[in-house]
Design a protein around this ligand. Sequence first.
Ligand code: GLU
Length: 400
Amino acid sequence: MTRVDAVDESAVRARVAQARTLVVKIGSSSLTQSSGHLDVDRLEAFVSAVARTRLLDARIVVVSSGAIAAGFGPLGFQSRPEDLATQQATASVGQGLLMARYETSFARFGVRVGQILLTAQDTIRAVQYRNAQRTLLRMLDLGVVPIVNENDALASNEIRFGDNDHLSALVANIVRADALVLLTDVDGLYSAPPSTPGAHRIPFVPDVIAVMSAVSVAGSSSGVGTGGMVTKLEAARVAAVSGIPTVLASAREAGPALMGDPVGTAFAPVKPRGSSRRLWIGFAAEPRGVLVADAGAAKAVQGGRASLLSAGVIGVEGEFSAGDPVWIDDEQGRHLAKGLSGFDSEEVPRMLGRTTTQLKRLFGAEFAHPLVHRDNLVLVLRPPSTDVAETPEGSAARHG
Ligand code: GLU
């Protein structure tokens, strides 16, 4: 795996300070009161920090939680509802309250906002992904600040992100952000749960993947949000391997964090930034089937430069069309890579084991192509305790 040159904290902070496109995520506990109402003062403080520090020189996307946490008070509930249907209904109320307040707050700075509610499907399916990307980029072109949240009112348990940390890292990929800022109710990553004697804030993490296995982290104690430190580290990891630096800081320090001051914890990117399409293949695309590589092809794919040729494929599973994402597995069923298939699944069986020359002779020139071209292929890495594809650049297709 190719890593970017070692960077120090000041270089990472400078990248945040100079970012042209920034994704800023703020959590429920920083926007709401425990009674389940919006905390208008804190929302306004956040908006004014964003507006005063960066709105003149950067394109800002806000990923805001708080729909459920701002909705349960007005509905008369004592605490955040537990069941999905009530959560969804609550979110529909809270989201409106949240947007109304964002609109007035940003208007004080002469800035328009627009609401974008995403579902997991919008990041998984290629057409929806491009659609979300096009809208967000156009909003930024128009000087509008997109206020993004998950479409909580319609997301079902099976397919929801659940926490906006992960969503914000995907949004950073979608808009090809230069930096991600995660604002929460703690002032950074700690070496141990903050109540432990000797626990200290870690100002800089050069390699978030290494830290994820080394640091003991505690969940959020606020009772209104859903993400804890684990989901923040996971978001920082997704950003880091996408070439995007992350700062995790307290919402109270939003201004300094956005200005590149040494607050919170800065996470260095561990890779050069990849193309948005490769990031999508790596992180979000949902495979529709499997191509099983023989030992030789598996080795070639893992080696980092090869396309997957039908000569090295011994099986196909699932139904997919050309252009759909598929897993590339080895004979033991391990996922080696994700890629976009060059062919429909029904065309694949007769191609299996045949060389490009044979394919051309038997079926015509349009069959003389790899099953998955190396430009459309992203290797799977296995960071501690996760199982996701994550290497948009520096992988099998890097040498294009
Ligand atoms: N989307 C949820 C909401 O707005 C919150 C997700 C999170 O807490 O990260 O209420």
